[in-house]
Ligand binder design. Structure first.
Ligand SMILES: Cc1ncc(COP(=O)(O)O)c(C=O)c1O
Length: 399
């Protein structure tokens, strides 16, 4: 057996400005929370923290749902939780697919044994109620799944009109709020959402690792009346309810310090105020939009009303090479932005302004770095124009 050297390299990750599709910037107070002393997962202090975290999650999701908790895994596990608890083999499910994550939900549903019908829309577009009507009538789904903030395209899906239609058809609605939660209004009760999931690494300014989830009473009745066991032991909400509920029965060893981080991030959001937090995301998006427009960069989502404030998918200017430019942003300026996925690969950059990363200093830094690199790539751009345009937005809003 090889003997390890005593001089193993120190862990020394570079300091990055994370402006991609996630993970996003971690707030310093959240990093501090992670380093607090670990207690047992049934320690009275931890159980109290779980209660407080659940309560704040309910306030963030805007719901009274008892079954609101954080799954001990990333957003994809939240997706699996909602799907595998509601779906039994053979159940019909309709999934709206206009990007990577709708496609992932359809895959998850198929693996859970659902008879899946996909409704497809081109990337960058959103679903209108009319797109679903005939499919709901023919497929008669038990569950309909839709992504609110499609991180692969930057498109913002309106949930309320779709929810009405889904419930008129007698189905349950599952919503992906991985990228939207904490950056724009998510109204679980008012929009009548039956199951919803998110992730900590986007607008919650936390590291990846937990997935906030909420299921309505109606959804939980469906779970409790299943004929078959939930296919996943780990994600079975009936067992998780015994740990997150008043019984406090051991289920799995909770990631204690990640709960500290989530709690601190929720405290930060409510200290700022939900409305102010959403307004900050919106303002930074507008400043970035005007800054990019000044140097001729367009959004991939044509309709302004359908653009997400926290994920800006923009077209790569003609003549500019995708990977070398992103690499130069990283190497010379320490800024990470995201590449395009699927049909958007090589066509689109994804600029995240999520949570703690949604700041004017980030917008101005990225614009000045991008402008410099595009000038070096030979584009006819007036130096300083993007920063001036973004600053004009801040000034107009008194910021
Ligand atoms: C909309 C959406 N859904 C689901 C996921 C999956 O989350 P995770 O990568 O945390 O498992 C992501 C991740 O980027 C996402 O953006």
């Amino acid at each position: 057996m090889r003997t390890l050297k005593s001089t193993l390299p120190e862990l020394n990750p570079p300091l990055r400005t994370l402006m991609g599709p996630g993970p996003s910037a971690i707030h310093p107070r959240v990093l501090e929370a992670l380093a607090k002393p670990t207690v047992g997962h049934l320690d009275p202090s931890y159980l109290e923290l779980m209660d407080r975290t659940q309560d704040l999650l309910r306030q963030l999701f805007r719901t009274d749902n008892a079954m609101t908790m954080a799954i001990s895994a990333t957003g994809s596990a939240g997706m699996e939780t909602c799907v595998v608890n509601l779906i039994e083999p053979g159940d019909p499910m309709v999934v709206c697919v206009n990007g990577v994550f709708g496609g992932r939900m359809a895959d998850v549903a198929e693996r859970a044994g659902a008879e899946v019908t996909r409704i497809e829309k081109p990337w960058g577009e959103v679903f209108e109620p009319g797109d679903l009507e005939s499919v709901l009538a023919t497929a008669k789904p038990k569950v309909v799944g839709i992504v609110m903030a499609e991180t692969s395209t930057g498109a913002a899906q309106a949930i309320e009109p779709i929810s009405q239609l889904v419930h008129d058809a007698g189905a349950l609605l599952v919503v992906d709020a991985v990228t939207s939660l904490g950056g724009m209004p998510v109204e679980v009760d008012a929009w009548n959402i039956d199951a919803i999931y998110s992730g900590t690494q986007k607008c919650l300014s936390c590291p990846p690792g937990l997935s906030p989830v909420s299921l309505s009473q109606r959804a939980m009745e469906v779970v409790l009346n299943r004929k078959t066991k939930v296919q996943s032991w780990y994600l079975d909400t009936t067992m998780l309810a015994n740990y997150w509920g008043s019984d406090r029965v051991y289920h799995h060893t909770a990631p204690i310090n990640m709960t500290y981080a989530l709690y601190e991030s929720l405290r930060l959001i409510f200290e700022e105020g939900l409305e102010s937090c959403f307004e900050r995301h919106r303002l930074n998006h507008l400043a970035l939009r005007d800054g990019l427009a000044a140097i001729g960069i367009e959004f991939a989502v044509r309709e302004e009303a359908h653009r997400l404030p926290m994920l800006n998918a923009v077209k790569i200017p003609t003549g500019v090479e995708d990977a070398p430019l992103r690499r130069a942003l990283l190497d010379r300026f320490g800024i990470e932005i995201g590449s395009g996925l699927g049909p958007f690969a090589g066509q689109v950059w994804r600029i995240g302004l999520m949570g703690h990363a949604s700041r004017s200093s980030n917008v101005l830094l990225l614009l000045s770095a991008l402008e410099q690199l595009l000038i070096e790539a030979g584009l006819a751009i007036e130096a300083g124009s993007s920063v001036a345009a973004a600053n004009a937005v801040y000034v107009a809003h008194g910021k």
